[in-house]
Write a protein of this length. Structure first.
Length: 266
């Protein structure tokens, strides 16, 4: 009993602090901080301004206007950058705004606010600042549906701009593409620019696609490279639709395809 009293006299304060701390932490977890918020509100209430309903609404309205101004400035900057991009094109094409992205098909399709009334047709290509985005696969009077090159069914003939090595780029339903080379030992380096090739029947040649991010020479049956898009579809707000007549139909079984098993799907 004497030993217990000595221990209590020596550690009573520390034990009490630990118990209070543990109990407080448990209480905060159970109440999710509600008690702390109420205590803070009660303490600071005397120094908080007494705003009536009209003042609260006015402050909310001012805040909304400020946020709208910021959004308009960002939209204007994006539009100016897009117009600068259009000025660099030899054939400006049809300017279009992205109005839809299916949540369950984010990397497969997007919808533009231009259609047959504006001259858009199936097969037209879509580009944006950075390079190729996809191609039109369906058209209504005032909208068009674009199959993105990031779609898992997409196949595009491509080449390394520096060494002219040929291959096929395929989508993965994410923000990266995979390029399969025709050669067993391709001349390719990290950072090389990838563009569409003359083997691509659904896109004009020399359109920028992206840059090499990673190379797997040991990949079987053919070496592969991971390609980072130069025009990520996830952040595109404006695009250009340009006329293009495919050199041949991908559905014609009589057509000899130099890419063999690497066909571009419609």
């Amino acid at each position: 009993m004497f030993v217990l009293r000595q221990w209590w006299n020596r550690y009573a304060l520390k034990t009490g602090v630990v118990v209070v701390a543990v109990a407080s932490a448990w209480f905060m977890r159970i109440t999710e901080g509600a008690a702390l918020y109420e205590a803070y509100h009660w303490i600071t209430r005397p120094i908080q301004p007494d705003l009536n309903r009209e003042q609260v609404l006015e402050n909310s309205y001012i805040l909304e206007l400020q946020q709208r101004i910021v959004e308009l400035e960002n939209q204007n900057r994006s539009l100016r950058e897009f117009e600068d991009y259009v000025d660099t094109l030899n054939e400006p094409g049809i300017r279009a705004r992205v109005i839809g992205h299916a949540a369950d098909h984010w990397w497969q399709h997007l919808i533009l606010n231009r259609g047959s009334r504006q001259g858009v047709k199936v097969g037209h290509i879509v580009t944006a600042p950075g390079g190729v985005v996809g191609r039109v696969v369906a058209v209504s009077s005032n909208t068009s549906k674009v199959l993105l090159i990031t779609d898992a069914t997409s196949r595009v003939g491509a080449k390394v701009s520096r060494s002219r090595v040929l291959g096929v780029v395929r989508g993965q339903s994410n923000d990266r593409l995979v390029m399969e080379f025709f050669e067993k030992d391709p001349d390719v380096k990290v950072g090389d620019v990838i563009v569409t090739s003359s083997y691509s029947r659904l896109f004009p040649r020399e359109l920028p696609i992206g840059r090499v991010e990673f190379i797997d020479i040991t990949k079987s049956p053919a070496p592969e490279a991971m390609i980072q898009l130069s025009a990520p579809s996830s952040i595109i707000e404006w695009a250009v639709i340009s006329p293009f007549d495919p050199m041949e139909s991908v559905d014609d079984p009589k057509v000899s395809n130099p890419e063999d098993n690497h066909k571009e799907n419609p």
